[in-house]
Design a binder for this molecule. Structure first.
Ligand SMILES: Nc1ncnc2c1ncn2[C@@H]1O[C@H](COP(=O)(O)OP(=O)(O)OP(=O)(O)O)[C@@H](O)[C@H]1O
Length: 367
């Protein structure tokens, strides 16, 4: 299949305020019609990337391309990109219809076309009965929908969404996650969504960029990032993780907490120091005889469909466990897990080297 032309590309894009580098050599490539998420803690540079795409900020160095054309110097109003902001930024003195009609009116569309466009957009966000309402008469969730309709009414090729759900309560937030995803799929335009909530990113995205400190730490599908975190930051930030130091003795044998374990990783130097990740939901409680690790239960709480357990091994390492069976605090039990549940991370491995290593031993497997 022919490769699609990316709709947006960053080539070694940096941004600094004075001597402070905020973004450090960002490379990314976004395709038409996908749902992308920039995920990272506060201050990691997510909003800065959106502002570079929309043209609110200019890069200090590097190239930003839109459909293969360099747009570093193209002004905001000439970019076919719109943004939905966290605080919605609606016009309080205009009603719902007027807010959504704002962009099309500036474009000098005919009255009939504007009415049709506003009607279509309000229908898309399920607010077609609310056209005459004042903004002050709407709930938070409804304002959010108006903001989305207003941004989409300009027919953008790319919609940027800066933490648009963070002001909503839990239930509404879940509903809107689903609806936003549905809107994106229906329209088939590219969404770039910013959040610091890893659950939200995993649930909504086709592709996630995990950011920290102005650098993309890892990018991939939600499954890639959850199952194969590339480094300590990603493993810790995405989901809960148990991370301990280990030594990769040979291919498929890793040593940690004093024992050798069979696993499914390969391609490292003999006796290379690594970090070992085990997800809490991959650990099960068992008898001491059957345990791969022996631990003492330190704390336990019931979470509906599982028990959240903290256990300590004889070296003093703490293990988080999500188990369907329970134990007594203070009891010594075994922990068990499968070889494929052991994830190995090299120290300071780049994403490219990581991908190449995965590929090389996947090829070995096929031979
Ligand atoms: N005008 C400015 N001058 C100096 N530093 C700035 C300026 N604007 C932003 N920064 C810094 O740039 C860094 C990245 O900010 P950015 O808003 O992109 O982060 P973010 O990941 O979107 O965070 P949040 O989730 O809190 O919005 C932060 O450390 C911030 O303090």
């Amino acid at each position: 299949m022919a490769e699609q032309t990316p709709i947006i590309e960053f080539k070694s894009v940096s941004l600094a305020y004075g001597d402070t580098e905020i973004l450090k050599g960002i490379d990314l490539s976004l395709e038409q019609g996908k749902f992308y998420t920039l995920l990272g803690p506060s201050g990691s540079g997510k909003t800065t990337i959106l502002n570079l795409i929309s043209g609110q900020l200019a890069a200090t160095s590097g190239d930003i391309l839109f459909e293969n054309k360099r747009i570093n110097d193209v002004p905001v109003e000439k970019r076919t990109v719109n943004t939905v902001f966290q605080d919605y930024a609606l016009f309080p003195n205009m009603n719902v219809f007027e807010n959504v009609a704002f962009g099309p009116s500036i474009k000098k569309m005919s009255k009939t076309d504007i009415e049709r466009q506003v009607h279509d957009m309000l229908k898309l966000v399920k607010l077609d009965q609310y056209a005459d309402r004042d903004i002050s008469e709407l709930s938070g969730g409804q304002r959010q929908r108006v903001a989305i309709a207003r941004a989409l009414a300009n027919d953008p090729k790319v919609l940027l969404l800066d933490e648009p759900l963070s002001a909503l309560d839990y239930k509404l937030r879940k509903d809107m996650q689903y609806e936003l995803r549905e809107i994106q799929q229906r329209l088939g335009i590219t969404f770039v969504f910013v959040t610091h909530d890893q659950e939200e990113a995993l649930a909504m995205s086709d592709w996630i960029f995990v950011m920290n400190d102005g650098v993309i730490q890892q990018n991939g599908t939600p499954e890639d990032i959850y199952d194969e975190p590339i480094n300590h930051f990603v493993a810790d930030f995405i989901g809960e993780s148990n991370i301990v130091d280990g030594i990769m003795k040979t291919d498929y044998v890793v040593h940690f907490v004093g024992k050798d374990f069979e696993n499914v990783d390969a391609g490292m130097r003999p006796n290379e120091r690594v970090e070992v990740v085990l997800r809490p939901e991959d650990l099960d409680l068992t008898t001491i005889e059957n345990g791969k690790l022996i631990v003492t239960i330190d704390d336990q709480s019931f979470r509906g469909d599982y028990y959240e357990i903290t256990a300590i091994d004889d070296d003093g390492n703490e293990w988080q466990v999500q188990a369907t069976n329970s134990a007594q605090v203070g009891e010594r039990v075994g922990l068990t897990f499968d070889p494929e549940d052991i994830h190995i991370m090299r120290f300071n491995e780049s994403e490219d080297d990581f991908d190449a290593r995965l590929e090389s031993y996947e090829d070995d497997d096929e031979e």
